[in-house]
Design a binder for this molecule. Sequence first.
Ligand SMILES: Nc1ncnc2c1ncn2[C@@H]1O[C@H](COP(=O)(O)OP(=O)(O)OP(=O)(O)O)[C@@H](O)[C@H]1O
Ligand SMILES: [Mg+2]
Length: 230
Amino acid sequence: MADIIILDRINKFYGNEVVFQVLFDINLSIKSGQFTAFIGPSGSGKSTLLNIIGLLESPTSGKVFLDGQDISRLNKDELAAYRNEKIGFIFQFHYLLPEFTALENILIPYWIGKGRPPGEVVDRALHLMKRIGIEQLGGKYPNQLSGGQQQRVAIARSLINNPKIIFADEPTGNLDSKTSNMVMELLKEIVSENKTTLVMVTHDRDISAGADRMIEIVDGRINFDSAHAD
Ligand SMILES: Nc1ncnc2c1ncn2[C@@H]1O[C@H](COP(=O)(O)OP(=O)(O)OP(=O)(O)O)[C@@H](O)[C@H]1O
Ligand SMILES: [Mg+2]
């Protein structure tokens, strides 16, 4: 399988007067269609790394290649378009827009990229909602939904553009264990059907144990990588 993600000596510093290095020379390649889990202590740099791979933040030095493309060559608009078309995001707090219904929230990534969704895209949203058991909730607003329901809406939203890669940062972090298992099973099924690459930060040992690959980040460095652990 081809490498869909390649990181070449990624370093990240924060701060101006007092400089603080968060990531140290990270080299990594991830195969298309795999589920990779990042684990590690709080403050070790997991979210920073995920945000850099997901093009939400830029590295201080080093290069990110997604699907063979050197991302540093894209300008701001190209970057936004690339992110919108090819990447899905799921966060610990789902960031649904409160003034839009569940169905509208799911369609937002399409709206942003291409404008009013045609019938087939709305059908796709309805299909996704059915698939994850929230088909009755399309007309509800986020504040009328439970945490698990909101997170399922966020999952459907991350899938609406059929992205090549989904980045998830502790997507089950604020769910109870039963809801968390259900959400994870659904996500894994859907990404495996669509051959989507899934990259997830998690503190949940059961989730990381079920991933194709587990990478532990400690103090901004890769401390363990199950792909190189023979
Ligand atoms: N915007 C920022 N400005 C300055 N420092 C930051 C910024 N974002 C993160 N950091 C620092 O970088 C380090 C890594 O943060 P990061 O959020 O990547 O950790 P994490 O591994 O995701 O932790 P957690 O498990 O608690 O979510 C921390 O010391 C944090 O304080
Ligand atoms: Mg984090």
